[in-house]
Every structure is written in structure tokens, then in C-alpha cells.
Design a protein. Structure first.
Length: 373
């Protein structure tokens, strides 16, 4: 990640798809039942056993065997726990040698059991079941894609950014696609766009690469994508060949601008995260409009979960494969803390953590759904 940020920053300072007919769904405004998420268990302590102490959680996933997999970016390690929260093993460690990592960013588990980690200047490849390190894919002249979501086979959905030559300006090509480990060229292009880079505002890295897309992969291999947008509530589903097979659009949700306090918090978060990634001090001026969608997930029943990004507390709209809205699901949190909660909805269950825990240390929460009686 350091090379990626420095590569982009230094360069700046020195110088869709066709196919089968898709399922289209428009405005959904009918009343639906409401459910709540409940915390049923947790992992993590403030002091004590180091295997239960977290520095900076960056990713959570349920593995195929039901174990809970956690990427701790601060300690550059993968921690594996039983479904009941018992520590099982560690994969990787901090360093620059084989099987070692530093400044880790994102992780993905693929269907064939590969564990992929985007980190400072390479992508690390492990076999999850054994923890065996396979290889490191160096960045070379261009950074590898950021892993976002594993596919049912060995591939993953990722976003790749590369600088393009321009006349007096700097333009980056951004490609969301399906990739194979070790290859910067996508097997399938899902979405692509170009963006002019403002050297005085590093927020473009979040808004066009790091947090540009919410992605989930359905049980049938459909890749659901929502772009970061403050004006459009839209989810597009692609089959593995890149054909659009699902479109969900809503026009009943109004844009919401951040308050001055929220805007400052977002600015501080971006700048601090860039420092933690090894990019040094950068100036960020975020988009003042909250994204309408801030997360996607595939629930235990195979339904599509869409998290609204412009409401104060975690709130999901749940849709079936036909795009019918089935219910809303919410999580009650402390006032002012909702935007800090990261909730990962997966076929194996629902996991969550807070980026800014009120009690001062991070924990992993196992959640369950309470349906109305």
C-alpha cells in the first residue's frame, strides 16, 4: 500500500457491458416489516491475552468451516477463531520476509480456500486451511488490484487504478473487475471510469479506489455492486462473464449532506488512515454528501442486504433475488456512533466491529436477527 500511495502521490506532485436481459427493479416505497440485529457474543479484551487484543480491525469473514477470520491491520496478522470465539491460530506476521506483511489493507477468502491480502507493496497469497504461504505478487510498475471480495473459485473482485498520461493534468483509470491472483489485468471488467487527480486533495483515493465500491457475491456467483454515490441508490448485479443480470434503483431516498462535525470527522479519518498506510501527511477534502449506500452483503438466507449510508444508525434494506424488498433490519447503537460500525453480512452469519468504540478498545461482535413476533 505504501508504494501505491507514494506512487500516485509522487507522480501527481512531480509532474459496460452487454449480455442477457437483466432483472430491473425501480422505486420501492411499500411498507415492509422491521427487524433488529442483536449482539449474541463477542471476541476481544482491553488487556490480557494478546490473541484477543486487537490493534485495528480491517476485515472480518466467516470461512467455509464456520471459523471467524479477522485481519488486524495494526499487527499485520490474520487471526482465526472458532464460531464460539475461541482463538485457533494465526496466519502471517509483521515483517518483510516470506509469509510476513506490513501495512496491510484488505483481505478476501476465495471459494477454493485461498486467502488474499493487499498490503504495502504486494499481494500476499496463503492457503487458509493450512496457513501455508504460497507467494507474494509484487506490484512492479503498477499496483495490484485491491481485493474486495472472493469469488466461488480462485478469483476475486477487486479495483485497480493506474495513472494515464495527460496534457497538463493527471488522470487515473479505475477498473472494477474480476481478477486472478498475480494478474493486474482483469479477467472480466465490471465497471470502469477515469478521474482527474487533484494533487491537493487525496480524498480521491477513498472515493475512487479504497471506498469507491460496495461489493458482495451471491450464492450463485452473481457480483452485486454499488458505487459510492450521494445522489443515486443503485445496485447492479453481474454474472461472472460481466453481463448485467440485475438492476435495483430507488428514487424515494433524498440526498443528505454531512454536518460540519461529520465532515471534519471524515477528513480526520481519511488523513489518519493514509498516514497508517505509509503515505505520510496528506490533505483530504471529502465529498460533503453522504453515500446513499455504504455496504452490501449476502445474508444467511441468500438475500441481498443493502446498507443505507445516509442515516445515523446501521440500517439495511433486504431484497430477494427478484429485487423485492422483504424487510428492513437495524442495529441500535449509542447516539453518534452509527457511522463507525462496520457490519459484515455473509451466508455464514453476521459480524461487526466499531472503528471508534466508546469503551476504548475494539471487539468483534457476533450478531443475530430478531424477527417481530
Amino acid at each position: 500500500m505504501k508504494y501505491f500511495i507514494v506512487f500516485i502521490t509522487t507522480a501527481v506532485l512531480v509532474l459496460s457491458c452487454g449480455g442477457e436481459e437483466s432483472q430491473q427493479v425501480s422505486t420501492q416505497i411499500s411498507e415492509v416489516p422491521s427487524s433488529e440485529l442483536l449482539i449474541v457474543d463477542s471476541i476481544g479484551v482491553e488487556m490480557g491475552d494478546s490473541t484477543y487484543m486487537f490493534g485495528s480491525i480491517e476485515g472480518l469473514a466467516y470461512a467455509a468451516d464456520g471459523s471467524i477470520v479477522l485481519l488486524d491491520r495494526a499487527f499485520s496478522r490474520i487471526m482465526v477463531y472458532s464460531p464460539d470465539g475461541e482463538f485457533l491460530r494465526q496466519i502471517g506476521r509483521e515483517g518483510d520476509g516470506p509469509g510476513e506483511m506490513s501495512l496491510t489493507v484488505l483481505m478476501a477468502l476465495t471459494g477454493n480456500g485461498d486467502l488474499l491480502i493487499s498490503q504495502r507493496d504486494a499481494m500476499e497469497h496463503f492457503i487458509f486451511a493450512s496457513g501455508e504461504w504460497i507467494t507474494e505478487y509484487p506490484r512492479g510498475e503498477t499496483p495490484p488490484p485491491f481485493v474486495l471480495q472472493g469469488m466461488p473459485d480462485s478469483k476475486f473482485v477487486g479495483v485497480h487504478m493506474d495513472l494515464l498520461p495527460g496534457d497538463g493534468s493527471f488522470v487515473a483509470a479505475v477498473v472494477l473487475g474480476i481478477y486472478e491472483p498475480g494478474n493486474n489485468e482483469p479477467v472480466t471488467v465490471l465497471e470502469e471510469h477515469s478521474v482527474e487527480i487533484n494533487p491537493m486533495n487525496a480524498a480521491f483515493l477513498f472515493e475512487n479506489v479504497i471506498d469507491a465500491y460496495s461489493v458482495t457475491v451471491g450464492n450463485d456467483g452473481t457480483v452485486y455492486v454499488a458505487s459510492r454515490s450521494g445522489t443515486e441508490y443503485a445496485v447492479t448485479g453481474f454474472n461472472p462473464e460481466g453481463e448485467i443480470v440485475f438492476e435495483l434503483l430507488r428514487d424515494d431516498i433524498e440526498p443528505v449532506e454531512m454536518t460540519e462535525e461529520e465532515l471534519q470527522e471524515e477528513k480526520d479519518f481519511m488523513e489518519a488512515r493514509l498516514i497508517s498506510m505509509g503515505a505520510g501527511e496528506q490533505r483530504c477534502s471529502p465529498d460533503p454528501v453522504l453515500p446513499m449506500i455504504s455496504g452490501l452483503g449476502t445474508g444467511p438466507e441468500g438475500n441481498l442486504w443493502v446498507r443505507r449510508g445516509n442515516v445515523p444508525d446501521p440500517l439495511f434494506d433486504v431484497y430477494n433475488a427478484s429485487g423485492e424488498r422483504l424487510r428492513t433490519v437495524s442495529l441500535q447503537v449509542e447516539p453518534g456512533q452509527g457511522r463507525y460500525w462496520n457490519i459484515s453480512v455473509q451466508p455464514g452469519g453476521i459480524l461487526a466491529y466499531s472503528d471508534n468504540p466508546s469503551h476504548g478498545y475494539q471487539k468483534v461482535y457476533m450478531l443475530d436477527i430478531r424477527y417481530p413476533e
